[in-house]
Write a protein that binds this ligand. Structure first.
Ligand code: ATP
Ligand code: MG
Ligand code: MG
Length: 371
């Protein structure tokens, strides 16, 4: 992406239906994908703040379909929250239309811009300070699933085709292995075998879906803690943000990805595997929060398979890192030549740890279902 040309700001800001007199604009937040700004307007004594974002079109090459998904889901959430007696200006993202009545503006350099109401008095956390933060994020993503339970998920665009089709990830892995472009395969035979031994497992969820046993849902696909706005005063999860990857998919994908990332005791690229463990307490905190809120709309098959979702997404992510390592680090950004391998190894360590704690994971699900 070209850097944002600051000279364009005045013309971009005036394309949106912002209320009041323009005061200023500042880079905002710590997102890694889009360019995010807070924009300040003044109306009498009031300050109106907005979020203005340029979509990263290197990552999302179909911004129009992406925005159609965001419009569909935020509109639906707005009405579902209103019906439930909540505050739709705080509990979902609200897009600000352009003066032409569109929901995005294309600048003269081809940059796609959109704007949201700024949700005040909230924080985002990069890492959970404690179990309660992780539990709150589970409740927020659970609420997202609850409110969208009747949304016609098949009408959403699949903006990243086959994103969580794990058998397809295995095919890509096998292609990279065959090509072995960087001659790295010999060094990672153990990891390669780890993947191949679990090839059959990778079919479990896609098979259940094909048999009609798992429903198609609206999925978020980036269910990290920092994509939930937390109320600065109460610490409660308020709003799920960052809807760029909203797509049709399995609820278990979102659940699994949260666990993969949030229930590990170490960073995703920790080279010392003795520090990398799957934390059952964190798994329990998330499972409890998620089921408390989404439990009433999830099917028995979805709830039964929560541990499978956790293991599937962790394995899939490890396969993607190993594939990229074999292909020469072309997809994930790396700071050193072994980083993708370190990342793959942490994921496989977590998978192994989950396999050892497999029965305990199912016991936790049993304990928190039907409450
Ligand atoms: P990521 O790296 O997670 O993909 P991103 O680049 O896609 O991030 P967002 O997560 O959409 O960007 O937004 C970046 C940050 O801006 C958020 O972490 C949050 O702090 C802030 N933010 C986004 N939308 C709002 C909003 N409506 N109100 C208040 N703050 C917001
Ligand atoms: Mg984000
Ligand atoms: Mg994002």
């Amino acid at each position: 992406m070209k850097p944002v040309n600051k000279a364009l700001f005045p013309s971009i800001v005036e394309k949106f239906q912002f209320d009041g007199q323009f005061v200023g604009l500042l880079p905002y937040g710590s997102g890694h994908i889009n360019d995010t700004y807070s924009v300040i307007f003044q109306m009498d004594e009031h300050i109106n703040r907005y979020i203005l974002q340029r979509i990263n079109t290197d990552v999302f090459c179909n911004p129009v379909e992406l925005m159609e998904n965001v419009v569909g889901v935020t509109r639906y959430l707005h009405s579902a929250i209103t019906k439930a007696g909540g505050d739709p200006k705080r509990e979902t993202l609200n897009l600000i239309p352009t003066v032409d009545g569109s929901y995005y503006y294309v600048d003269e350099q081809g940059g796609y811009w959109r704007a949201y109401l700024f949700i005040e008095n909230t924080v985002t956390l990069q890492r959970a300070r404690n179990k309660a933060d992780f539990y709150e994020s589970a409740r927020s993503f659970g609420r997202f699933q609850l409110l969208l339970a009747d949304y016609p998920a098949e009408t959403l665009h699949e903006t990243i085709p086959l994103f969580h089709n794990t058998p397809n990830r295995i095919l890509q892995f096998q292609e990279a292995l065959q090509a072995d472009k960087k001659g790295r395969a010999d060094k990672v035979r153990k990891e390669i075998d780890f993947v191949l031994e679990r090839e059959e497992f990778t079919h479990v969820l896609v098979d259940l879906q094909a048999q009609g046993k798992l429903p198609l849902r609206v999925t978020h696909n980036d269910t990290k803690l920092n994509n939930v706005l937390i109320d600065a005063g109460t610490g409660l999860g308020i709003c799920v943000i960052d809807l760029d990857t909203v797509m049709p998919g399995l609820s278990l994908n979102d659940f699994g990805d949260s666990i993969r990332f949030g229930a590990s005791t170490a960073a995703e690229d920790e080279p010392d595997l003795s520090k990398v463990n799957f934390d059952l307490d964190l798994f329990e905190a998330y499972t409890q929060g998620y089921l408390e809120v989404a439990g009433k709309v999830l099917t028995d098959a979805e709830i039964d398979n929560l541990p499978v979702g956790a293991k599937m997404l962790t394995l899939e992510c490890g396969i993607r890192f190993l594939t990229d390592y074999l292909a020469g680090d072309i997809y994930f950004k790396t700071a050193h030549p072994n980083q993708n391998l370190d990342r793959a190894r942490t994921q496989f360590k977590l998978v192994q740890d989950m396999e050892e704690k497999w029965d305990a994971m199912f016991d936790i699900v049993k304990k928190h279902r039907n409450k």
